[in-house]
Design a protein around this ligand. Structure first.
Ligand code: PGA
Length: 255
């Protein structure tokens, strides 16, 4: 199985023009040298308005950039939204979709998320589809049921759409909600069990087995153990992606 590894930073709503430039420039100069010859891809997903800044800063760099959300609509009267076409226009290649902070704070459901993945694929963006259970759901023993619903709603919808032939472009990120920004990480075994289950489901719909990333309090101290697991193909990194040393150390663990 030859599956692409990724380390993807999710800056969330952090940074400004000055701190972004410092962060990107120091990541560029501290990146592990081995990255040039490695198969791991490094991406930063930044607030919309800084995509243009990152495009400039990352010109000729092996680091790629992406957005953190996209509208489900193609264009029109949707005040405040940003379309997939606009992201593509800025040279953006990736977009996070269905992050738990969007599901919870913006009431995004699986159907809306499926529409967003669909439009992202239409514009040749790579959707990073986030799934994950809450602490209550884990304690109730329904983790598998929840992540299956989250993943299958999207994959079924894509399979029945014009984007069917692009389904293999989807990256999956397993992010247990209880581990995001809390300092609590899933153990490598806990994460791996869910990853193996997600792969089983994804393989029913996709022709090529997808990259499945783990997210939720990944740090240099736990990255190696997580990334060593067979079905974990890298990470979606929140807090630690805002610190050059931490982010570069996490990237080194995959190289
Ligand atoms: P965290 O966030 O690494 O800060 O837990 C991960 C994410 O929300 O993508």
């Amino acid at each position: 199985m030859n599956i692409q590894n990724y380390v993807i930073g999710n800056w969330k709503m952090n940074g400004n023009w000055e701190t972004n430039a410092k962060l990107i420039n120091s990541i560029k100069s501290n990146l592990p040298h081995s990255l040039n010859n490695s198969s791991t891809k490094t991406v930063v997903c930044v607030p919309y308005i800084y995509l243009i800044q990152c495009k400039g800063l990352l010109n000729n760099s092996i680091i790629e950039y992406g957005a953190q959300d996209v509208s489900a609509h193609e264009n029109g009267a949707y005040t405040g939204e940003v379309s997939a076409g606009m992201l593509a226009d800025l040279g953006c290649k990736y977009v996070i979709i269905g992050h738990s902070e969007r599901r919870v704070y913006h009431k995004e459901d699986n159907e809306l998320i499926a529409d967003k993945v669909n439009i992202a694929l239409k514009y040749k963006l790579i959707p990073i589809l986030c799934v994950g259970e809450t602490l209550e759901q884990r304690e109730e023993g329904i983790t598998n049921k929840i992540v299956k619903q989250q993943l299958e709603t999207v994959l079924q919808s894509i399979q029945n759409s014009e984007q069917k032939s692009n389904i293999d472009n989807i990256i999956i990120a397993y992010e247990p909600v209880w581990a995001i920004g809390t300092g609590k990480t899933a153990t490598a075994e806990q994460a791996h069990t869910v990853h193996a289950y997600l792969r089983e489901i994804a393989d029913n719909y996709m022709h090529k087995s997808p990259s499945i990333l783990y997210g939720g309090s990944v740090k240099p101290s736990n990255a190696k153990e997580l990334f060593n697991m067979l079905h974990i193909n890298g990470g979606l990194i929140g807090g630690a992606s805002l610190n050059t040393q931490d982010f570069c150390d996490i990237i080194s663990t995959l190289n």
